[in-house]
Design a protein around this ligand. Structure first.
Ligand SMILES: [Zn+2]
Length: 88
């Protein structure tokens, strides 16, 4: 029962599990907005996605973030994510 020091999370785009630190965390607020959680410290349900335009495009096509949150999210998050990975 040792604690896993590298928690794995699944990307909403490619559905591959990666170490948490390799993914972008997104948090859904109560009013249905999704925000990029750069500090990884915001409360609430989180979803994760790779630092990859490809994964963002995949997720956007089927609005998979909504699936990850099990709730609808404002689609504006996808353009915000794209801007974020382009800036890297
Ligand atoms: Zn991915």
């Amino acid at each position: 029962m040792s604690k896993n020091p590298y928690p794995m999370r699944m990307c909403c785009g490619c559905r591959v599990s990666r170490a948490k630190g390799e993914l972008i965390r997104i948090v859904r607020t109560e009013d249905g907005k999704a925000i990029i959680d750069k500090s990884c410290r915001l409360p609430g349900r989180g979803a994760y996605i790779c630092h990859s335009e490809e994964c963002i495009a995949k997720a956007e096509k089927k609005n998979r973030l909504a699936g990850c949150f099990k709730a609808n999210v404002h689609v504006q998050i996808y353009s915000e994510l794209r801007e974020l990975v382009k800036g890297v």
